[in-house]
Every structure is written in structure tokens, then in C-alpha cells.
Design a binder for this molecule. Structure first.
Ligand code: AHR
Length: 508
């Protein structure tokens, strides 16, 4: 039998008997969905920092100490729990002392990875940490391992977090900040297998031990540069290299970007796509589930108690740059397809909340899968913004494990699960989030809640077309609206998840 016919028959058989069913299995699991799973990433790249977040005090764009007011308000509403900075690849070229002191004395530098543009360093350590305080978010700093030194890292930690008298804390005070900032998360290098120094894993493991043994502070969460995608050899070798010294690390990072075709030279447009690229993008997004499982299996071998957490500190879609934008600025639009990608990833992270303690979408403004896009004084909230906003009910909630069965979504002889889901409970409210990747079919799902809740309500994010996006100066096409649901009968709620949609059902 030909492969296509075999796949089609398998698809027919599985879908014929599929009952889309979600059963809540509360038990006594006691797993918290860390709010940091809803984290973000900001790099000196394109217009993420300069223009996107920081316009300077003299700008005509309304600002607070140089930070855009519209963006500050949008982030506060979003409850951004943690923000990673200054990179990315940029981090391993960044010398933090260039970004402190009077702005007119700060040296201009060339951003060698991203567009070769010159930056004036007017946004540095004080600006980033003050910005985090302003929006109420935890900072996550990436230390320069590629071109930095252990001493430079130690000085940064002391400058930022110490309350003792020392040359670094005197310098901080001279620069206008009396009290230390509260910084818990420290990444030791970024992609050191690639842009962060092209290191071999055993070499990096030793470097990590060297840095980590000097980076000391109460409650510090030190993060090892982990792998990209399915590279379990990197994970295995760095953890082997850490043997006997596990106390030096609290997290291992994982980076995985969704490329529609999986190929860097054929990424495709962010707005102009058909069902083929829609399907391929969703299929490639779902691969992260296997990568997570594979890395966790390796981590289990070296850390059976699961003390070292997985931190997915770069994830999201990566398409061709928007026509007319600069090379190396990674500017793309954000459509209903990105809303699905966000909803699917967040459901997967929630369901692994016992081992994933943080995740950071790339990147927060104007770069890759952003939640905010700016254009001069204008700003839009992208479909991805709305998904994060709707899913925020899961932040610091208790995970409810689920038994879940879904039919497949078939395209051109290939198929993937049509639905994904996750559930949690907080303050007596049970929240279930679901995604339907099928762009042509609403799917009925039987929610087995396990008790007769008194009331249930829903919200939905969808668009008329899968290519819908929110554009500057135009009415939003993709946003959160109410989703009508029926009554719970005998502990069961029957819902129909519309085609290409992300939904939230809440019961109490
Ligand atoms: O997010 C863009 C880049 O992607 C980051 O700088 C790097 O870490 C990754 O390769």
C-alpha cells in the first residue's frame, strides 16, 4: 500500500473512533505553574530596546524616565513576571561597565550580531533594572561568558546585588542607586555552542563551573546554557561535566524556535501563507513536547530528584523579515497562526510545570514573536499578547493533570493532534485552556469536570482568517471576546471549540 493511502486510512480509523474528551484529574499533585513560565526576553536587537521600550527622556513619545508609557501600561496589564536581558547573542559581547554612569560619557558600541548598528549605551544596567521595577517584573540577567571574564561577572553581581561597602557598591551609589536591586536569575552565557563562543560542551561545562563558583548570592538561580532543539548530546555532556557539583546550577536552558519549514533559508512570510505553511508551523511547534521529554530524561539521569529545572528561555516563531525592514532586525508580523503557536506552547509548558520553572518568549517588542509592535508613536497588541493575557489565569495556579483525547487534524496526507489543553486551579476557580489548530472545523469536546460547578464562563481568541493580524491605526482583528458556553450537567460540560481558535473555560 502506498504511504499516502496508508496514512489516510490510519487517519480515518483514528478519527472515526475519536472522542474529544478532557477529564480533570485533580488528585494530590500539588504542582504549581510558576508564573515565570509566562516570561519574556528582551535583547539589544533591532528596535526591541531602543524605540520599542526606551525612547529617552527628550522624546516626543510620552515616556516615564525614557520608557514608553504605552508599552509600560501594556506590560503592567500583561503581568510580565520575568524579563531576560541583554541577550541572546548580544549578551556574550556586552560589557556592562559600558552602560553605567553619565550617559554622555558612555562609549558607543557596534552591535556585531544584529545589523552592525552603533548603539550609544543609553540603556544599561540601571535603566533595565529600574524598568523591571516600574513594570513589576523579576529581572533575569545573562552574563557575558563568550568575551567576558569571571572578574567582570563577579563585579556585575556585586554592583547589582550587594549591600556591603565595596568598590562596586560605591560605584553604584555614585551612579545614583543607594539600595541594591533584587536579582535572582543569572544565566551563565547564551548559546555557547554557537554565537556565544562556539564551545564544545565539555569545555563549556568547565567554564560554567568556574563562573558559577564565584557567582554567589542568597536564593540565586544560576542557569547553565543548555541545548537547542533535540541536541541531547549537549545536555548529556554538560551534566556529565557538572557531576558532583550539581549545587552550582538551578536551571538548564533550552532554546527552540518554530520555523515553518524547519529550514533557515526557507522560513516563509509572517503574513502571506496558506494552509500548507499553517499546518507545517503547528506541526513544528508541537515538536517541542518531544524535545522537552528527551532533555528531561537526560536530566533525570544526572539529577534524579529533579532539583535542576528546565528553563525554556527562548521560544517562538521565526519567519522571514518583513519586506523593507533592516537585515538583522528580525522584524515580523504576528497573526492568528502565532496565537495558536503561543497557546500550544503554553499548554505544553503548563503540563510540564513540575520540571519547567521558567520560559521566555522571543522577544517582547518588535523582534520575532512579539507581544507588542511599535511604529514611531503607534503601538499594537499582537494576537500573541492576547493569548498571554488570557492564559494569565494559570500564573502561580495549581496544575490540574488531565486525561486528554483529541482527534487529528489532517492535511495533505499528514496529521497532528487537532487540540491541545491544560488546566489549573487558583482561588477556587478552575481554568482550562484549549487550542484548535484545525482551520476549517469546529470540534466538540466533552469536558469531564469531576464535580458540578455552579457556574462556567468562557473567553475566545480567533480571527476571521488564519492570516488576520492587528495593524497600526486599524481596528484590532484578533482580540479576546466572550465565548458562550452551556450549562454543566452531571459534572460534564459540552463545548465546541471553533476552528483556528484559542479558548479559556472557567468554572467555580
Ligand atoms: O532571539 C534571537 C537570537 O536567537 C538570540 O540572540 C539567540 O540566542 C538565538 O539564536
Amino acid at each position: 500500500m502506498k504511504k499516502g493511502i496508508l496514512l489516510a486510512s490510519l487517519f480515518l480509523i483514528t478519527n472515526l473512533f475519536a472522542q474529544n474528551r478532557l477529564e480533570l484529574k485533580p488528585g494530590n499533585t500539588n504542582i504549581k505553574i510558576n508564573k515565570e513560565i509566562y516570561g519574556h526576553f528582551s535583547e539589544h536587537l533591532g528596535t526591541c530596546i531602543y524605540e520599542g521600550i526606551y525612547v529617552g527622556e527628550d522624546s516626543d513619545i510620552p515616556n516615564i524616565d525614557g520608557f514608553r508609557k504605552d508599552v509600560v501600561e501594556a506590560f503592567k496589564e500583561l503581568k510580565v513576571p520575568v524579563l531576560r536581558w541583554p541577550g541572546g547573542c548580544f549578551a556574550d559581547t556586552y560589557h556592562w561597565k559600558d552602560g553605567i554612569g553619565p550617559k554622555e560619557d558612555r562609549p558607543a558600541i557596534v552591535n556585531v550580531f544584529w545589523g552592525g548598528v552603533t548603539e550609544d549605551n543609553s540603556f544599561g544596567t540601571h535603566e533595565f533594572l529600574n524598568f523591571c521595577e516600574l513594570i513589576g517584573t523579576e529581572p533575569y540577567l545573562s552574563i557575558n561568558v563568550g568575551t567576558g571574564t569571571v572578574q567582570e561577572a563577579v563585579d556585575w553581581v556585586e554592583y547589582v546585588t550587594s549591600s556591603n561597602k565595596s568598590p562596586m557598591t560605591d560605584l553604584r551609589k555614585e551612579n545614583g542607586r543607594e539600595e541594591p536591586w533584587d536579582v535572582k536569575y543569572w544565566g551563565v552565557g547564551n548559546e555557547n555552542w554557537g554565537c556565544g563562543g562556539d564551545m564544545a560542551p565539555d569545555y563549556y561545562a568547565n567554564i560554567y563551573r568556574n563562573y558559577a563558583s564565584y557567582i554567589r548570592g542568597e536564593d540565586f538561580q544560576k542557569v547553565i546554557c543548555g541545548p537547542s532543539g533535540g541536541d541531547t548530546n549537549w545536555t548529556e555532556t554538560i551534566l556529565e561535566g557538572l557531576k558532583g557539583k550539581n549545587h552550582l546550577a538551578q536551571g538548564v536552558s533550552l532554546h527552540y524556535y518554530t520555523l515553518p519549514t524547519g529550514e533557515w533559508d526557507k522560513k516563509g512570510s509572517s503574513t502571506d501563507f496558506g494552509e500548507d505553511m499553517w499546518f507545517a508551523t503547528i506541526r513544528n511547534t508541537m515538536k517541542i513536547k518531544n524535545y522537552i521529554e528527551q532533555h528531561l530524561a537526560v536530566m533525570d539521569k544526572y539529577d534524579p530528584e529533579g532539583k535542576i529545572k528546565l528553563i525554556v528561555d527562548e521560544w517562538g516563531t521565526w519567519y522571514d523579515k518583513l519586506p523593507g525592514t533592516k537585515d538583522g532586525f528580525l522584524q515580523q508580523q504576528n497573526t492568528m497562526r502565532d496565537a495558536l503557536v503561543a497557546g500550544i506552547n503554553l499548554n505544553i509548558f503548563n503540563n510540564n510545570a513540575d520540571r519547567i520553572s521558567m520560559a521566555n518568549i522571543a522577544q517582547i517588542v518588535n523582534v520575532l514573536q512579539s507581544v507588542i509592535l511599535t511604529n514611531g508613536p503607534e503601538m499594537v497588541k499582537t494576537p500573541t499578547y492576547h493569548v498571554f493575557n488570557m492564559y494569565n489565569v494559570h500564573q502561580d495556579a495549581n496544575l490540574i493533570p488531565i486525561d486528554f483525547e483529541t482527534e487529528n487534524y489532517e492535511y495533505n496526507g499528514d496529521y497532528i493532534p487537532a487540540l491541545t489543553a491544560s488546566a489549573s486551579e487558583k482561588n477556587g476557580i478552575t481554568s482550562i485552556t484549549l487550542t484548535n489548530a484545525n482551520p476549517k472545523k469546529a470540534i466538540a469536546v466533552n469536558l469531564q469536570l469531576g464535580k458540578d460547578f455552579k457556574a462556567a464562563a468562557g473567553k475566545i481568541i480567533t480571527g476571521k482568517e488564519i492570516t488576520d493580524y492587528n495593524d497600526f491605526g486599524k481596528t484590532e482583528k484578533v482580540f479576546i471576546s466572550d465565548f458562550k458556553i452551556g450549562k454543566i450537567k452531571n459534572e460534564i460540560l459540552e463545548i465546541e471549540v471553533p476552528a483556528h481558535s484559542v479558548i479559556l473555560v472557567q468554572a467555580q
